[in-house]
Design a protein around this ligand. Structure first.
Ligand code: ATP
Ligand code: MG
Length: 425
C-alpha cells in the first residue's frame, strides 16, 4: 500500500529537525506571552466558506470536503484562523479580552503536490484578538524576525508588507482595477480573465509575464486607502524602522483569503523556488463579527513548517538539529535478563535525564558491542554473570580513548550524573 498523493510520512531520520523547530517555536511564542489552543481538524464546510470566501482558490478548488454519515458537509481544515476564531467565539474568550494564541498541526489542501506544496502540510499559526493598533502588528513581525534569527536563517528571508485598507477602499480599488483591466481582457491569461469577474485583486499576484506587463500601469491600491488604514500602516512602518526591522512595501501583495484588511505581510525566501513564502499573515478585523461574534480586531499569521524545514536544509543548519543521541547502550551478556532490567530501571530512577537503551533479544557480546557502537551512545554498560556476582557493572567509553572501568552502582550513578548533566523533563 502507498500513502495518498501529497500526504507524506515524516520518518525517524527527519523528526529531530521537526522537533527542534517545534520546540524553538513553542519557546519563542511562550516568551511573548502566547498560549496554545487546540481545535478540531474537521469543521463544518460552512465555517470555511464564510471566512475564507466563496471565490478564493482554497474554497473553490482546494478543500477536502465530504458529506458525513449524518448528511452534513464537513471539511478538513485548510488553515487555522477560521477554526481558532470559531473556538474562541464559541467559548466566550473574546469578550473584552486580549488573547494571544498559537496552534500547530496539519492542514489539508487538494493542490498539485510539488516541492514545498503538499496536500497534508503543517503550520504553526498565531492569532491575537482585541488589539486594534499597529503596535501588535509590529510586535508580531518582531517575533517572527526573532524566530529566523534563532534558527539562523534571517539572511534568507525578506519581509514584504502591504495594506489592503478597509472594505470600502478595497471596493473602490477593485472597481478601478477592473475598469483598467477590462481594456486588456483578451490579452490576460485565462485564470486572470476568470478572476476579473470573481476575485480581481488576486490578478495582482499573477506570475504570467504578459499579465504582469499589463499590471505595470494598473492603478495602485495605496492610492485608494482610507485615512485610518493609511495611518495604521504609517504607524506600523515607523515602529518597524525604530526596531530596525527591514521590510519592503509590495503594492501587489494581496493574500488569497477574503478576511484580510489593513496590514498583510509575507516572509519570502529566495531559497525556496516557486513556493517562496514561508510565513504569511495579516489583520482581519471583520472576521469575528462576520462569524457571529462581537466585533473584535484581530491579526495572525501561519508558518508553513515543510518550507521552513527546506529552508533549514538549504541554509545548512538542519544537520544534527534536534538530535538526541543516546548516553549509554546496555549490553546484556548471558542469562542475566532479570538483573539487567532491574539495574536499568534503578539507573533511570537515579538519573532521570539518562538516555539509556537496553539490548533486548540476546546475542553474543561481540554483536551487542557492535550495536552499542552503531547506536551513537557515549558509553556501553556491560552486565554479565561476573558483574552480577560481584555487584559491579563494566563501563566502556565508546567515543573516547579511556580505559574501561568496573563500577559499583553508586559510582556508576555518580559518573552518569556528571556526564549527563541535562535537566530532566
Ligand atoms: P501559496 O501562495 O504558497 O499557495 P497561500 O497564500 O495559499 O500560499 P496561506 O494560506 O497564507 O498560504 O498559508 C500560510 C503558509 O502555509 C504559506 O505561506 C506556506 O508556507 C504554507 N502553505 C500553504 N499551502 C501549503 C501547501 N499546500 N503545502 C505546504 N505549505 C503550504
Ligand atoms: Mg495557496
Amino acid at each position: 500500500m502507498q500513502s495518498l498523493r501529497g500526504m507524506t510520512d515524516i520518518l525517524p531520520g527527519e523528526t529531530p529537525v521537526w522537533q527542534y523547530l517545534e520546540a524553538t517555536l513553542a519557546e519563542l511564542l511562550a516568551g511573548y506571552g502566547y498560549q496554545e489552543i487546540r481545535f478540531p481538524l474537521l469543521e463544518s464546510t460552512e465555517l470555511f466558506r464564510r471566512s475564507i470566501g466563496e471565490v478564493t482558490d482554497i474554497v473553490e478548488k482546494e478543500m477536502y470536503s465530504f458529506i458525513d454519515r449524518n448528511g452534513e458537509s464537513v471539511t478538513l481544515r485548510p488553515e487555522g484562523t477560521a477554526g481558532c476564531v470559531r473556538a474562541c467565539a464559541q467559548h466566550g474568550l473574546l469578550r473584552n479580552q486580549v488573547q494571544r494564541l498559537w496552534y500547530r498541526g496539519p492542514m489539508f489542501r487538494h493542490e498539485r503536490p510539488q516541492k514545498g506544496r503538499l496536500r497534508q502540510f503543517h503550520q504553526v499559526g498565531a492569532e491575537v484578538f482585541g488589539l486594534p493598533g499597529p503596535d501588535i502588528d509590529a510586535e508580531m513581525l518582531a517575533m517572527t524576525e526573532r524566530l529566523w534569527r534563532r534558527l539562523g536563517i534571517r539572511e534568507h528571508l525578506e519581509l514584504q508588507l502591504n495594506s489592503l485598507g478597509n472594505g470600502a477602499a478595497r471596493a473602490a480599488y477593485r472597481a478601478a482595477l477592473v475598469a483598467y483591466l477590462e481594456r486588456y481582457r483578451s490579452e490576460l491569461d485565462a485564470d486572470s480573465q476568470r478572476r476579473l469577474d470573481t476575485n480581481p485583486l488576486r490578478i495582482l499576484d499573477s506570475k504570467v509575464e504578459r499579465t504582469r506587463e499589463i499590471l505595470g500601469d494598473a492603478p495602485v491600491l495605496a492610492d485608494y486607502l482610507d485615512a485610518e488604514s493609511r495611518d495604521h500602516f504609517a504607524g506600523l512602518c515607523a515602529l518597524l524602522e525604530a526596531a530596525g526591522i527591514r521590510y519592503s512595501v509590495n503594492n501587489r501583495l494581496v493574500r488569497g483569503l477574503d478576511y484580510y484588511g489593513k496590514t498583510v505581510f509575507e516572509w519570502v525566501s529566495d531559497r525556496l523556488g516557486a513556493q517562496a513564502t514561508a510565513c504569511a499573515g495579516g489583520r482581519y478585523d471583520g472576521l469575528v463579527e462576520q462569524l457571529g461574534g462581537d466585533a473584535t480586531p484581530a491579526i495572525g499569521f501561519g508558518i508553513g513548517l515543510e518550507r521552513l524545514v527546506l529552508l533549514l536544509e538549504a541554509a545548512g543548519v538542519a544537520q544534527g538539529a534536534g538530535e538526541q543521541p543516546l548516553d549509554a547502550y546496555f549490553v546484556v551478556a548471558g542469562a542475566v535478563g532479570a538483573a539487567a532490567l532491574q539495574l536499568a530501571e534503578r539507573l533511570r530512577d537515579a538519573v532521570p535525564q539518562l538516555r539509556l537503551q537496553s539490548h533486548c533479544g540476546g546475542g553474543s557480546l561481540k554483536s551487542q558491542m557492535k550495536r552499542a557502537d552503531r547506536s551513537g551512545a557515549a558509553f556501553a554498560l556491560i552486565l554479565g554473570e561476573d558483574e552480577v556476582a560481584s555487584g559491579r557493572v563494566t563501563l566502556k567509553y565508546l567515543r573516547r580513548d579511556l580505559p574501561q572501568e568496573s563500577l559499583a552502582l553508586d559510582a556508576l550513578v555518580a559518573l552518569l550524573r556528571r556526564e549527563c548533566p541535562r535537566v530532566a523533563v
